[in-house]
Ligand binder design. Structure first.
Ligand SMILES: Nc1ncnc2c1ncn2[C@@H]1O[C@H](COP(=O)(O)OP(=O)(O)O)[C@@H](O)[C@H]1O
Ligand SMILES: [Mg+2]
Length: 321
């Protein structure tokens, strides 16, 4: 098959660095985003995710390294790059006094859409994001979820080749978050390339084809979510909430059940046992009867990968300050 006019790489970052006040908040990261995929930057607050995407959309100059977006140089050609981008920043940047329709219309004019085409395009996008019935509502009357959906609808006006979503569901309640995931999957089906940042592992698992795990300005791992889980922690995790002497129990259990374990991690009094034979492990464990507040056998997730790589937890999935 013939390659399209633009190459497969939509973003290429090599040894990318951003300094603030002499401190590297993005500290030499390299990654590539391919056409049509949803690529995630997953990491806790302060990891450098927003700084990275700001360099991609030209809001923040790079300190060192190389960054090309759509084959263009992110520093000197950022104006040209921005024509082909849709950007949804963490703070929606909507005009609260205008209606949904007026917010969209303003953007359409800014991007120079032909007046005759504007109404049809706006109706199509509002329909896509389930906002048609709110078209004439003022933005300040909308819920957080609707505002976010409007920001996404607006970012698609110029038919972007790359859509950047910075923490798309942060601050939303769980129901609004699930609804938005569904809509983002619909956008994904249109084969638009997406660069998404998140500190929600569930979001990363559900939406990203590939991702990097970031912490303190560095990339710790890269791959498909399920492949990362398989590589680092295996299919299952047995969690034990130990009542006494957790380090001693960790030693005892990992020694005794080495044949069933891929590894273990102790965080406070919770022991995580990574395994591919969870039921058997649970059965054999009964002989030793470690004193536990609880035990839980569950599928391994990206959270376990993150825990193993960094020794700390990511934010819980549903609670947002
Ligand atoms: N404009 C800025 N000036 C100084 N420090 C900044 C600035 N923007 C971000 N930082 C710092 O850079 C680090 C990474 O921030 P950020 O990219 O926003 O992380 P994330 O989006 O992953 O939460 C943080 O320690 C933050 O305080
Ligand atoms: Mg951020």
């Amino acid at each position: 098959m013939q390659e399209g006019p633009v190459s497969r790489e939509i973003i290429v970052a090599r040894d990318l660095v951003k300094h603030y006040n002499g401190r590297a908040v993005v500290d030499g990261i390299s990654f590539q985003v391919y056409r049509g995929e949803c690529f995630g930057l997953l990491g806790p607050n302060g990891a450098g995710k927003t700084t990275t995407v700001k360099m991609v959309y030209g809001l923040s100059p790079i300190s060192a390294g190389e960054l090309t977006v759509l084959g263009l140089h992110a520093g000197s050609q950022s104006r040209e790059i921005r024509k082909h981008l849709g950007v949804v920043s963490q703070d929606n940047n909507l005009d609260p006094d205008l209606t949904v329709w007026e917010n969209m219309e303003m953007f359409a004019r800014y991007y120079g859409l032909r007046p005759a085409h504007i109404a049809a395009r706006l109706r199509q996008l509002l329909d896509l994001m389930d906002l048609s019935s709110a078209a004439h509502a003022r933005v300040e009357t909308l819920s957080g979820g609707m505002k976010r959906r409007l920001a996404i609808a607006r970012s698609l006006i110029n038919n972007p080749q790359l859509l950047i979503l910075d923490e798309p569901t942060t601050g939303l309640d769980p129901q609004a978050r699930h609804l938005l995931w569904q809509q983002l999957r619909e956008i994904k089906e249109q084969k638009i390339t997406i660069l998404l940042t998140t500190h929600y592992l569930e979001e990363a698992t559900k939406l990203c084809d590939r991702l990097v795990i970031m912490d303190r300005g560095r990339i710790l791992e890269e791959g498909e979510p399920s492949a990362l889980v398989a590589k680092h922690v295996g299919p299952q995790v047995l969690e034990l909430g130990l009542k006494e002497d957790p380090p001693a129990w960790q030693e005892a259990l990992t020694g005794r059940f080495a044949h069933l374990l891929k590894g273990s991690w102790l965080l406070g009094d919770t022991l995580y046992l990574y395994t591919d034979g969870g039921n058997r492990l649970l059965q054999e464990l009964q002989e030793l009867a470690p004193p536990c507040h609880y035990h839980l056998l569950r599928a391994a997730t990206l959270e376990d990968v993150f825990l193993k790589l960094t020794g700390k937890e990511l934010a819980p999935a549903d609670v947002e300050a």
